[in-house]
Write a protein that binds this ligand. Structure first.
Ligand code: PEP
Ligand code: MN
Length: 351
């Protein structure tokens, strides 16, 4: 349930509503909104009787939240969330581009690619220091050395950096270096990692599990918000299907669904979806056309020698082309009324 306060509600009135909720054994969570305060009621085992709060001074109304996810839903927060990654915004009308190699391999490699993608217009630099690899014999990443290289790249270029965390054991370390912490597809339902991310002071990039429904993905994001970290960006990176012409299938329809259901920004990763370079630019264009708030793209100056995901990494010149094209598409559609700001439709289950 969401308790919407009057615009004129005083801090004392808000506090007494919080007290009433907590005295009943539930959790009360203030939801930052436009010009009024709302209070979400969480951890209620069954339906909450609205008379608990309706009629209390300063309360405008109590709205039943119909979705299984609460804090991530537009029912609870109708306005878009803007995520701040070291000064770079993701969300709203911005188109934010995250680019870089799959893995940090050396200072020289990272710096060379960072300069290329920055010149082409990327806003954030990405690169894995801890790599989740299918084979234990594949390159596993440079670990802390990779994080130090990322910090050097930020120092030299001014670009904030995004990197993946694989487990709780290395969370503190990754968080100390990264401007944004990525949780990968294989960890989307690692609930202890999600809980740790919930009390991180860094924004989180939550990739969709390769076999997760949108509802499961939003529930995973709910763990992070429930822990107190509202700075979450969702990343559609393709799901497993029967096809063999690409590594995964980029689920473009998840973008409008997420935009309707949630106030959180959503970016698309055409690189891991495609698994091959020749599909990345068309999928990037399509992602921006369906209103993704940004892209995550793998780029390498020598993809043939890349220690991971070379086959899907764009050459720098290809990335420049991608940037020009997606910038044009975004400019053409950014004022489109189709960009849903207030979730008015029904849930995706019932259509
Ligand atoms: C990555 O971004 O390098 C990565 C491993 O992505 P995913 O978790 O989507 O496979
Ligand atoms: Mn990769």
């Amino acid at each position: 349930m969401l308790v919407v306060m009057e615009k004129t509600a005083t801090p004392e009135q808000i506090q007494s509503v919080v007290d009433v909720i907590q005295n009943r054994g539930y959790t009360a969570r203030s939801i930052p909104g436009g010009d009024r305060v709302s209070i979400g009621i969480l951890n209620n085992p069954g339906p909450v009787d609205p008379s608990l709060v309706v009629g209390l001074p300063g309360v405008k109304e109590a709205i039943r939240v119909t979705r299984p996810y609460k804090l991530v839903s537009r029912e609870v927060k109708p306005v878009d969330t803007l995520v701040d990654v070291g000064g770079v915004p993701i969300g709203g009308a911005h188109l934010t581009i995250i680019a870089g190699p799959c893995a940090i391999e050396s200072l020289d490699q990272a710096m060379t690619i960072a300069r290329h993608v920055q010149r082409a217009g990327a806003h954030l630099f990405r690169g894995g220091a801890y790599k989740p690899r299918t084979s234990p014999y594949s390159f596993q990443g440079l670990g802390e050395e990779g994080l130090k290289i990322l910090a050097r790249v930020r120092e030299e270029t001014g670009m904030p950096v995004v990197t993946e965390v694989m487990d709780e054991a290395t969370f503190d370390l990754v968080e100390a270096y990264a401007d944004m912490v990525q949780i990968g597809t294989r960890n989307m339902q690692n609930f202890s990692l999600l809980r740790r991310a919930g009390h991180s002071h860094r924004p989180i990039l939550l990739k969709r599990g390769m076999a997760a429904t949108v509802e499961e993905w939003l529930m995973a994001a709910e763990y992070i918000l429930e822990g107190g970290n509202g700075q979450v960006v969702l990343c559609e990176r393709g799901v497993r299907t029967f096809v063999n012409h690409s590594r995964n299938t980029l689920d473009l329809s998840s973008v409008p669904v997420v935009r309707k259901e949630s106030h959180l920004p959503i970016v698309a990763d055409p690189s891991h979806a495609a698994g091959r370079r020749d599909q990345v630019i068309p999928l990037a264009r399509a992602s921006v056309a369906v209103d993704a708030h940004g892209l995550m793209v793998e780029v390498h100056h020598q993809p043939d020698q890349a220690l991971s995901d070379g086959a899907q990494s764009l050459y720098p010149e290809q990335f420049e082309l991608l940037m020009r094209q997606v910038t044009d598409i975004h400019a053409a559609f950014r004022h489109s009324p189709a960009l849903v700001r207030n979730g008015s439709g029904k849930g995706f289950k019932g259509g």
